[in-house]
Design a binder for this molecule. Structure first.
Ligand code: AP5
Length: 214
């Protein structure tokens, strides 16, 4: 299964990707996660992209496209992959199309998770992540059993720097101007699947799987 997860910040892309990869046994490729790991490890790439993530704006295309091209060539992508947060501009989508064509493969579907802006802000601002294993929680919608502690590995939870309300609003604005046009782009290719992200995590997952397997 070769998939793209499209949607505004906080729509539930990462949450759904974690469940989808288990079902199809494919790698989860999140450009946001790749950037955050590089920032944490203080790599040259991390130093270069930090200011963009902190400001809630997109990293320039030239810093993203080659990372994804190289990642798709790894052997674990042979049976499929899920791209989460990539592409985010028409240019990134066109580069991806060319790369997939060169590799002789096609996308199976682009899952577009949509959600009302107010709920997006609430979802992103309330998100908490595990410092150790990366598991995602929400203070209201998906709280850990013990406040501030990961259910899975017992380590501390934290809030992403770009999940402060003002930065979330900026990220939504950036999504609307630079990423939303991809909905039409993939609709024209007849591979777009629209999913209502306001449902529970489980119902959203079931709707995605039904759409993919019908
Ligand atoms: P990235 O990390 O990709 O962030 P994003 O796209 O803004 O998406 P989020 O991770 O915020 O949200 P999500 O949709 O995954 O939601 P989640 O499942 O966690 O990008 C960060 C930055 O990196 C960008 O701003 C940019 O600077 C840069 N970047 C990344 N890719 C780039 C690219 N291609 N080009 C250029 N720059 C790039 O859910 C959110 C919360 O809601 C969680 O707490 C979760 O528990 C909860 N939740 C989820 N689903 C439900 C549900 N159904 N019901 C109730 N609660 C739910």
């Amino acid at each position: 299964m070769r998939l793209i997860l499209l949607g505004p910040p906080g729509a539930g892309k990462g949450t759904q990707a974690s469940a989808i990869v288990k079902r199809y046994n494919i790698p989860h490729i999140s450009t946001g996660d790749i950037f955050r790991l590089n920032i944490k490890e203080n790599t040259p790439l991390g130093k270069e992209v930090k200011s963009y993530l902190d400001a809630g704006i997109l990293v320039p295309d030239e810093l993203v496209v080659d990372i994804v091209k190289d990642r798709l060539k790894k052997s674990d992508c042979a049976n499929g992959f899920i791209l989460d947060g990539y592409p985010r501009t028409i240019n990134q989508a066109e580069v991806l199309d060319k790369e997939l064509a060169k590799m002789g493969i096609e996308l199976d579907a682009v899952i577009n998770i949509f959600l009302d802006v107010q709920l997006l802000i609430e979802r992103a601002v309330g998100r908490r992540l595990c410092k150790n294993c990366g598991a995602t929680y929400h203070i209201k919608f998906h709280p850990p059993k013990q406040d501030g502690i990961c259910d899975i590995c017992g380590r501390e939870l934290y809030q992403r720097d770009d999940d402060k309300e003002e930065t979330v609003k900026k990220r939504i604005e950036v999504y609307l101007t630079q990423t939303k046009p991809l909905i039409e782009y993939y609709k024209d290719k007849d591979i777009l699947v629209n999913i209502d992200g306001a449902q529970s995590i489980e119902d959203t997952f079931n709707e995605i799987i039904n759409a993919l397997e019908k």
